[in-house]
Unconditional design. Structure first.
Length: 373
């Protein structure tokens, strides 16, 4: 969970100007939020214009500042537009009307009204940050739970984005670069003899040497699955300490899959290309000897609500299965029929999954569920 804490009385953006490679997107977003709050205070037109110039100059010192500021202001604009069509807008109208009716507010009362307006402005973003990382909200392309998206990129490459995923796109005259921020994507790369095509994650870089592949990202690792031709994995620029015998680079060919982190590259495994393609086409989840807790983690990204579970309680259960991703309730039902688990639905949006007898599940159990009914 990512939170932005803003104190408009104490935080001074001009004291946050030191940038380094260690400063995260969340840090910069907090600084931008501070600027937005200050610009929302009760200022004279002269002071506001001067502060706006300072804000613009601050953005110009680093491209990340400008990019994140633009995206956050865009989010605020979208929230503002949405609020105009909801009952919440009437509350703001009442506040603004009370502010304009009298010009004899005390400084304290003016500040109170200003803070109320700022809360109405920032609250939708604050609520969003309770459920989504800043990097997800600021991504160029993103999907929500249960949503799939197919997009033709400017170079005619085809990008398929799975549920709850986010991507940043940076194409220029020298390189075609996608940053996978969250989730899973499939790429059908268009030919370009001049500009290489690469996908970056927090764990390393994948350079396409052919056409089609899938990249999946979780907190610990990135997984590359090759469907056609080859791709080069390079983790040399992420972390200098290595534990992999393979080294910092690896070429993967069609029909192969590998996991890697910023410290190691795992063993190559063979995959059934037809099965993988069908899984994407028909929105199926195909897993083999995978911990049930990880399967539930994947299903939760496709579920329109929240799936809660104790990963330690369920991690010893291994499953091989083909499950429907476009019907997570059915997927959970199939799991309860084949595992010693039960589900409890508290609302249509909250499902709890728990072991029927956790004490008896201390030994690893494997379950085969390869057919969809």
């Amino acid at each position: 969970m990512h939170q932005i804490r803003v104190n408009c009385l104490e935080m001074k953006p001009n004291k946050l100007d030191q940038l380094s490679s260690e400063i995260t997107t969340e840090d910069i977003a907090a600084q931008v939020a501070s600027w937005i709050v200050r610009l929302s205070e009760d200022l004279t037109s002269t002071d506001r214009a001067a502060l706006q110039i300072e804000f613009e100059q601050w953005q110009q010192t680093d491209s990340r500042r400008a990019e994140i500021a633009h995206k956050m202001l865009s989010l605020i604009g979208q929230a503002e537009q949405l609020r105009k069509t909801t009952p919440l807008s009437s509350a703001r109208v009442a506040i603004e009307a009370s502010l304009t009716r009298s010009r004899k507010f005390s400084r304290t009362r003016k500040l109170g009204v200003t803070l109320m307006l700022v809360i109405l402005l920032v609250m939708p973003i604050w609520l969003a940050l309770q459920f989504y990382p800043v990097t997800y909200l600021l991504a160029d392309i993103r999907t929500t739970n249960g949503e799939w998206h197919i997009q033709t990129l400017t170079d005619d490459s085809i990008l398929t984005i799975s549920s709850a995923s986010a991507v940043n796109s940076r194409f220029d005259a020298a390189v075609r670069n996608l940053e996978l921020v969250q989730g899973e994507i499939m790429i059908d790369v268009a030919h370009d003899s001049v500009r290489p095509f690469q996908v970056e994650t927090r764990h390393g870089r994948i350079r396409a040497l052919g056409t089609r592949f899938i990249v999946s990202l979780n907190e610990q690792t990135t997984t590359l699955t090759m469907l056609e031709s080859q791709a080069l994995i390079d983790i040399s620029g992420v972390n200098s300490q290595r534990t992999s015998d393979i080294g910092t680079e690896l070429i993967l060919t069609a029909g192969q899959r590998v996991q890697f982190s910023n410290r190691w590259i795992g063993d190559i495994k063979a995959v059934d290309i037809r099965e993988i393609e069908d899984a994407w086409k028909f929105r199926h989840l195909v897993v083999e000897n995978q911990p049930l807790s990880q399967v539930l983690e994947i299903l939760s990204s496709y579920h329109p609500g929240v799936i809660r579970y104790d990963s330690r309680e369920l991690s010893n259960m291994k499953v091989s299965a083909v499950l429907p991703l476009d019907n997570t309730n059915k997927a959970l039902y199939l799991l309860t029929r084949n595992f010693p688990i039960r589900t409890r639905s508290y609302t249509p949006w909250l499902i709890m999954v728990e072991a029927i007898d956790p004490i008896e599940n201390h030994l690893t159990s494997s379950y085969q569920l390869n057919q969809l009914p």
